[in-house]
Design a protein around this ligand. Sequence first.
Ligand SMILES: Cc1ncc(COP(=O)(O)O)c(C=O)c1O
Length: 473
Amino acid sequence: MKTPIYDFLVKHGNKETISFHMPGHKASDIYEKYGYGDFLNNIIRYDITEIYGADNLYKAEGIIKEGEERYARLYGAKASFFLVNGTTTGILAAILSSVKKGGKLIMARNSHKSVFNALRLGEIQPVYIYPEIVEAFNVCGEIDHREIKNAIISNPDAEAVILPSPNYYGICSNIEKIAEIVHEYNKILIVDEAHGAHLKFSDRLPKSAVDSGADIVINSIHKTIASFTQSAVMHVNSERVDIDNIKDKLQIIQSTSPSYLLMASLDISASIMEEDGKNLVNQLVDNIDMFCDKVRSAEGIKIMKQEDIKSSFDKTKINIDMTELGLTGSDVEKILREKYNIYMEMVSANLVMGLSGVGNSKEDFLRLADALIEIKEIYRKNEMINFPPIMFEKNLQVYHPAELVTEHSKWVDLDESIGCVSGSAIIPYPPGVPLICPGEIISKKILNYLIALKKTDVRILGVREDNKVQVQD
Ligand SMILES: Cc1ncc(COP(=O)(O)O)c(C=O)c1O
């Protein structure tokens, strides 16, 4: 095979799969439908660099500025910035511009790995806030605003607070309340809204973080709307934020060759959403309601709903638990993929999660519902599944991640790593939340959880194929 990646794409593309994974356009006809079919047919001609008239991402004065201003209007922000390396870079820039080197950041422990990487880059001290656990689905829930208040009171020198909302499973925290508290103490609130770019467009979904008063909000437009993978937008929403500092951090972190294809896809997404965003997202919500009605009547298929969650829930994340029927998340994912050509976003021990977006059609939801009902009939097993309950263990940090030295590290077998200090992050991916951070002790409890998780086919970053993990000498 001379072109393994391209060959894979051709093969996969020819399968005409149903996508319940990122990106949000779902390879649908959404570009053609709104008059942008030409873009898809001409990508080789439109793949340019900063030629005359094409503006500059890091000194936007022309067409890029126009595009960014349109996002600010669309989302109701003070200013918006295009990101060509994902929400990941927005998070890095937001943290590095809000917290000075060696400073303190109050952060959700279930943050995306980019937040932990910002700690390393800025030698920032984390103050962890642990999420609630939604036991019925074995996932992380909201971050309680009272925990944030306590953390601020105990750490008055912390400069900013960051949390994901919605989290990977669609569970939102009360951003309005959190913003009120954070601002009472004059700190900056950063919301990782990578999974919530669509919230703004329906009042049947939780309120967006910009509308809830967060200072900096980052949206992966590619995840749930229609732009290409890796394109995202950062919104700045208050006077507390130093925009010049954010711009400086963005030009450090992002590519100096920003892709015009990505930026054009952001531009096109904005145009589609401006014209028809409310209709598209409300249609999506209608389809999800129809899907849930159909599937919930089938015994043994548990789909997460608002009533399962104390805080607000973004129902465009379809969390399916069929463990009552003896099926793990990865059992269901494999059957959906192999037999029904339906590709899902994520598997945890008990769950399989479908991430829906504006490109999903009613037909996609009907096919998923029919497949699940058939799976229930054909593949059910008469055995109980014992999956490990999700957990975080507190106070295991002995080194700051920035203090770790690669020359003083070695690789040991995961099974023999109890008591060692982890030299890298160990991350079930997705959702990309580190279970062990660099500099934390690998405890017996965490190790047992990891071993149990590995048995359920969840992909774990930081554990090599030979089952070894990096630890400090
Ligand atoms: C909660 C969360 N934040 C941030 C990111 C990073 O987003 P991106 O892929 O756009 O860089 C992800 C990626 O999946 C995520 O799940």
